[in-house]
Design a binder for this molecule. Structure first.
Ligand code: NAP
Length: 285
């Protein structure tokens, strides 16, 4: 029987997006500016196309315009960089999202770096990563940002907690660990070369699973009373945590789907409106 309380990302994302929509409307009323997110999709990968469509639909519902740039799979790095630079220079665009992965023939880093930092609402540039590391203003990678918002909403204060992050990707594992560190958690990273993963996870007050391996973390690995955040999303709507067994030991746990995923998009929308407010130079919105 499940004992953990669910961290309901769907409900929190809905509330957060209502606030974002109200802020977008206030900006438009004050300045005539409607926040605009440009989405850039290279090629025809169906999953990527679905993600972009979903993000654009959520934008619309929140009073954010979106501009869709769809490029053929054969687009070169030079062409992609040029397109993104044009969006970076366009005053009508406030945020830029390059859906990744892009094709293997493209230098993805060069494409990310063509995004102006003030429009990097997906938090993928070196500048955003550095700002986050130094605790300076900037935009965070959306999934880590969404996880911190979820923890805050459920009253989980990372300070002094032993946090174990499983996964160290540049967009998810690494930044979520750094955000937890900035909030005074004692952070351990695990990855594919970690010895005794179960033993390390078993020490944690807070576990963040960001791996992409279905049900890798078992309930028996979870310390009784720990907080479990599952960022994994695998085929068949399955997370990186074995939900049923982990829920018997955890105090709080995110479901998959309906936990971290909705918070990622909510953070993207929030950061897009924040970018538009900053670029409009208004205060008090
Ligand atoms: P990634 O780039 O493939 O990174 C996976 C990480 O997991 C790597 O650091 C890897 O270690 C580590 N790893 C792999 N096998 C492991 C094992 N057996 N034990 C311990 N660590 C292991 O993936 P990602 O982009 O960070 O995504 C991770 C998961 O989050 C995926 O399921 C993805 O779909 C999901 N995700 C969800 C959202 C959302 O909005 N909900 C957003 C982004 C990603 P090495 O570094 O040693 O290779």
């Amino acid at each position: 029987m499940s004992q953990a309380r669910l961290m309901d990302g769907t409900a929190l994302a809905r509330r957060s997006t209502e606030q974002t929509a109200a802020r977008a409307a206030a900006l438009t009323a004050r300045t005539g500016v409607t926040p605009c997110l440009a989405t850039v999709l290279v090629g025809e990968d169906p999953a990527s196309a679905t993600y972009v469509r979903m993000k654009r639909n959520r934008c619309r519902a929140a009073g954010i315009d979106s501009r869709s740039v769809a490029l053929p799979a054969a687009t070169t790095t030079t062409e992609l960089v040029r397109t993104i630079r044009e969006l970076s220079a366009d005053p009508a665009v406030h945020g830029i999202l390059l859906q990744h992965p892009v094709g293997e023939h493209i230098d993805e880093r060069a494409a990310f770096e063509a995004i102006a930092p003030e429009k990097d609402v997906d938090g993928v540039t070196f500048a955003s990563f550095a700002a986050m590391s130094f605790g300076l203003p900037g935009f965070v990678s959306c999934t880590p940002g969404g996880i911190l918002r979820l923890l805050d909403a459920y009253g989980v204060d990372p300070a002094g907690k032993r946090a174990v992050v499983v996964g160290r990707s540049a967009i998810l594992g690494k930044p979520v660990g750094m955000l937890l560190l900035a909030r005074d958690a004692t952070v351990t990273y695990c990855h594919s070369r970690t010895r005794d993963l179960a033993g390390v996870v078993g020490e944690a007050d807070l576990v963040v699973a960001a791996v992409g391996r279905p049900r890798l973390i078992k309930g028996q690995d979870v310390r009784p009373g720990a907080v479990v955040v599952d960022a994994g999303y695998n085929a068949g709507n399955v997370g990186d945590v074995d939900f049923d067994s982990a829920a018997e030991r955890a105090s709080l746990i995110t479901p998959v789907p309906g936990g971290v995923g909705p918070m990622t998009i909510a953070t993207l929308l929030e950061q897009t409106v924040e970018a538009a407010v900053r670029q409009s130079g208004v205060t008090g919105v």
